[in-house]
Design a protein around this ligand. Structure first.
Ligand code: ZN
Length: 307
């Protein structure tokens, strides 16, 4: 009897978390990147966000992106929303798998969406109702789960409390987000353990930024705790315009390299992923931070390396 290898489920967030902080690029360029990402074998792609075009001009074409997505039977497309207006726009555009962000701190919440953290939590039930009426799926992302650039450290129990209330309010899944990349493996383990205790029976994912070089270590710590869903962005593209100091997500190809080397299936073809990262560099006219990409891809055969 062959044993099924362990598997993780990666969501590519480059077209949203990555592009939101960049100079706007044409809708066609985004669609070309999304197709290149879909061709890697990834099962989920967050393609845009339905938020204020004034606040995030780079994603002002959310409707245009949604209208022209190619059909990839193995891929589920989703979008980020920050309020009821965004939910209505997304549903009208035919996107019913949505991520709704709640910041765990007031400082970031006000900078990000102009509401307190409590006000954003109070909206979850109405967001869930709208999404479910349309037959959709709602994930609540708890942003600023470690530290806030305005308010300082986030109490881990605050994150767990938001998780508990999100489930009671109708969330179908949760993610914990280290928006400014200050988490460490020890803190990641602590926060996820508390969230798991507060919300034991729901899909739980992790959204990491590699700002301080801890991203992959945090992902591995989460994996050992049983977390199987991870956000990552092609080439390590990314940042948050409303979180000073935030830089890119963990790079998808680096996460794939780490997991696959450990015998953990990702479903993603790493050569195609690297090709998508090089395409992103061409479209954005800049180099991306992924170390694997900078190194030119997978290790060279033995005997060909220098020291
Ligand atoms: Zn992010």
């Amino acid at each position: 009897m062959t044993e099924t290898p362990p598997r993780v489920d990666i969501r590519e967030v480059g077209p949203r978390d990555g592009l939101q902080i960049e100079r706007p690029i044409p809708t066609e360029a985004k669609l070309e990147l999304i197709d290149a990402l879909a061709a890697t074998g990834v099962g989920r792609i967050e393609v845009t966000s339905f938020v204020s075009p004034r606040a995030v001009p780079a994603l002002a074409d959310a409707e245009g992106v949604a209208a022209h997505l190619s059909r990839w039977p193995h891929v589920t497309f989703s979008a980020l929303v920050a309020g009821l207006g965004g939910v209505k726009r997304a549903l009208s555009a035919g996107v019913s798998r949505l991520e709704y962000v709640v910041s765990a701190s007031d400082g970031h919440s006000r900078a990000n969406v102009g509401r307190s953290s409590e006000e954003s939590i109070a909206l979850i039930a109405s967001v869930a109702e709208l999404v479910h009426q349309a037959g959709g799926h709602l994930e609540v992302i708890i942003a600023i789960a470690f530290d806030c650039p305005f308010d300082g450290p986030t109490p881990p129990d605050r994150v767990a409390e938001i998780a508990r209330r999100a489930v009671l309010s109708g969330a179908d899944a949760l993610s914990v987000a280290d928006t400014i990349g200050t988490g460490t493996p020890v803190r990641t383990t602590d926060v996820l353990t508390r969230v798991r205790a507060a919300a034991p029976d729901i899909d739980l994912g992790l959204h990491l930024h590699n700002t301080r070089g801890q991203g992959l270590a945090n992902a591995w710590a989460a994996y050992t705790l049983g977390i199987r869903q991870f956000d990552a962005s092609v080439g390590g593209l990314g940042g948050c315009p409303f979180a000073p100091g935030a830089s890119g997500n963990i790079a998808t190809e680096e996460l794939v390299y780490m997991f696959e080397d450990g015998g953990i299936t990702t479903g993603i073809d790493i050569d195609r992923e690297l090709a998508a990262a090089r395409l992103a560099e061409r479209l954005l006219h800049k180099s991306l931070p992924s170390g694997l990409l900078q190194a030119g891809g997978l290790p060279v055969p033995a005997g060909a390396a220098c020291n």
